[in-house]
Design a protein. Structure first.
Length: 226
């Protein structure tokens, strides 16, 4: 079992899926696209995000157009987040339980880094993490693999030392790339059926994920994610 836990943020520790879908619809509306509901989003969302957008819009997007749409998304998301959002039920309990077990944990998100750090401070959970890493780029939407590799370099651990907990197929792909174990939670942007199709453990939230990890002598090996 991994001795270090790497948490995802959006949809995993932060209960913001409704906000994400609203902001996504604002992004689609800005370029004449259709609206999607949460069910559609959870069944279709994937990274790179530009590929998901292109599928919904029914046409390819070049980098320049995606950058414009991405700015609309983040402007809308920030406004919605400012109106109020909570941590995922059981998130703090999960962080405390892992800490009580004498394990270390960190946070790796594709949210913009400075905003992520401020949010984690606002929710008063910074103390639980040995390191917090967000996206240090002007445009988001890419995959997490390279960011996880860099995160591991900074915390001085190898993939097999760690368990990744996240809500998306991209978390599973990133874990597989570095040889980390992975537990998925169905609280975020990916439908439960898609998560279970990976063959990886799927928990109902952060607390159940931690309970599963601590209760196992070993997690199932990461499988290739379609």
């Amino acid at each position: 079992m991994g001795r270090h836990l790497i948490w995802d943020w959006n949809g995993t520790l932060l209960d913001d899926t409704t906000l994400v879908v609203q902001a996504t619809n604002d992004a689609f509306a800005s370029c004449g696209g259709p609206r999607v509901d949460i069910e559609h989003h959870r069944r279709g969302f994937r990274r790179p995000v530009a590929e998901y957008y292109a599928e919904v819009l029914g046409r390819p997007l070049d980098e320049a157009e995606f950058a414009v749409i991405d700015k609309v998304f983040h402007a809308s998301y920030r406004a919605l987040l400012a109106a109020g959002c909570s941590l995922t039920p059981g998130a703090v309990d999960a962080l405390e339980e892992w800490q009580r077990a004498g394990r270390t944990q960190s946070l790796l998100s594709m949210a913009f880094h400075d905003e992520l750090v401020d949010l984690v401070k606002r929710y008063q959970i910074s103390e639980y993490f040995s390191r917090i890493d967000g996206l240090r780029a002007a445009v988001g939407g890419g995959t997490k693999v390279g960011h996880l590799i860099e995160h591991l370099r900074h915390i001085g651990l190898e993939g097999p030392d760690c368990v990744v907990v996240g809500d998306s197929l991209d978390d599973a792909v990133a874990a597989e790339a570095v040889g980390a174990r992975c537990v998925l939670v169905d609280t975020g942007v990916t439908h439960t059926e898609r998560l279970r199709a990976t063959g990886l453990p799927v928990a109902s939230g952060p607390a159940e994920a931690v309970a599963f990890i601590l209760g196992e002598t070993g997690l199932p090996p990461v499988q290739t994610v379609a």
